[in-house]
Design a binder for this molecule. Structure first.
Ligand code: GLN
Length: 383
């Protein structure tokens, strides 16, 4: 393995899912739903295969999907992307993130991540031969807030890109308008690009709503918006994601994307287009169900002795292990599948300063009723 990829030999999701399987644990570690998305959407994919949509789709994605993505952004956020030149379909948000960093950041330039950060961000920065710096979230009451001083300190003359993620994996934090405006002010002041990962855009709770930084004044022209069908429609295996950006930025993402995978997911593209047009009520129902599961899991974790953080969005909730263990979060998560029969992931692996995050572990509540109930039963059994 080349030096720049050596730190990324395995992922925490592979490690904890393997432990969960080995010990027959309920997997509340890796975030993927164990039930299907809307039935009519699945039918469209089946029909697309039956109808022979099985060859390379167009390089930017099928027009029907690009149009649905542009219409969705216009309806829900008021931002207007031209489906022919400002929307790109990718192999999941993961590819969109990697292609954006590869296409927009020169080797030696810097990318600012917000710690803790989703694991593919640091790997994408390394692939590009760029350097990462981190700002951080900090505890704020029972939730988290963006430490603006750390963001200011992370910006240098070499900074090219800020990589933002809200609703935020792994913490469940949803950045407020005030926080996003502060980020926007800094991006404008230092003439930076912003990549905003909005894959959990639909999953917000308790009156919190997702605001896209691309909608703030002066931001459209410097922002690449990334999202995905994975979380919204419970199809993490389809790997249909997208990027929306003004032409010069989108062309840069396309330049890298076309040589990573060229295209992908042919028959799933019309299905996701259908879902964006017809299944947002299904997503609203999913959100309501998740909001309730979040409370049940949080209560069970509290009763099991964890100090539980507030989850305002995503399908994750974080718990502090201080009352339960002397070990650090990663060691604790390695023991958890055997000890409690459930799996979780440590926040320390999402950070460049693991010591600041070694008391917190992340659980997902995106599981069907039986799975979650069994996970909660096991937590109670070990009180
Ligand atoms: N995004 C999901 C998570 O954070 C799963 C990602 C993965 O398995 N690579 O748990």
């Amino acid at each position: 393995t080349v030096a720049r990829l050596r730190p990324f030999a395995s992922t925490i999701f592979a490690e904890m899912t393997e432990l969960a399987v080995r010990h027959g644990a309920v997997n509340l570690g890796q975030g993927f739903p164990d039930s299907d998305g809307p039935a009519a959407m699945l039918d469209v994919a089946r029909a697309a295969i039956a109808d022979g949509l099985n060859q390379y789709p167009p390089g930017r994605g099928m027009p029907v999907l690009r149009q649905a993505i542009a219409a969705d952004r216009a309806r829900r956020y008021g931002t207007r992307y031209d489906p022919d030149s400002q929307v790109l379909v990718t192999v999941g948000a993961t590819e969109a993130i990697a292609a954006a960093v590869l296409g927009l950041v020169e080797p030696g330039q810097e990318v600012v991540l917000i710690e803790p950060y989703y694991d593919s961000y640091s790997a994408a920065v390394a692939l590009a031969g760029a350097t990462r710096r981190t700002a951080r979230l900090v505890p704020d009451g029972d939730g988290f807030a963006l430490d603006l001083d750390s963001l200011r300190a992370a910006i240098t003359p070499k900074t090219r890109l800020l990589l933002l993620n809200s609703p935020h994996n792994p913490t469940g934090a949803v950045l407020s308008r005030t926080e996003l405006q502060a980020v926007a002010d800094l991006a404008i002041e230092h003439d930076l690009l912003v990549l905003t990962d909005e894959v959990y855009e639909h999953l917000t709770y308790d009156g919190h709503t997702h605001l896209s930084i691309s909608t703030l004044p002066g931001m459209f022209e410097r922002t690449v918006v990334i999202s995905s069908a994975a979380k919204t429609f419970s199809v993490t295996g389809w790997k249909i994601g997208w990027a929306c950006a003004p032409v010069p930025l989108l062309d840069a993402v396309l330049a890298a994307k076309q040589f990573l995978t060229f295209v992908g997911g042919g028959p799933f593209q019309p299905a996701v287009a259908y879902a964006l047009e017809h299944e947002l009520p299904w997503v609203a129902a999913l959100r309501d169900t998740l909001a309730e599961k979040r409370i049940r899991l949080s209560d069970a974790l509290r009763e099991a002795g964890f100090e539980v953080k507030r989850s305002d969005g995503t399908y994750f909730v974080c718990a502090d292990i201080t009352g339960l263990a002397a070990a650090d979060a990663h060691a604790f998560c390695r023991e958890l599948p055997e000890r409690l029969g459930v799996a979780a992931v440590p926040l320390s692996v999402f950070a460049d300063h693991p010591d600041a995050w070694n008391r917190l572990i992340r659980f997902t509540f995106c599981k069907k009723e039986e799975t979650l109930t069994e996970g909660i039963r096991r937590l109670h059994a070990h009180r």
